[in-house]
Design a protein. Sequence first.
Length: 68
Amino acid sequence: MTEPKNQHLTHALNQLIGDYGIQTVLDCLADRCLKEADFLRSDRSTDLAENWEEIGKGLKHILSRWQE
């Protein structure tokens, strides 16, 4: 029997956190969100790009406050 998609994603995320640490995983995720925003902006999908950029900046903000 295969596990449901959300359980599979949770397992994969837990594995990444276990291997690399939560700060590294969040930093990589934030970078990916910002790159996606740049791509979408170049494709003229500005509303969607703003959403991705907001998420990326939010994650970066969390990381910076965490390191204080």
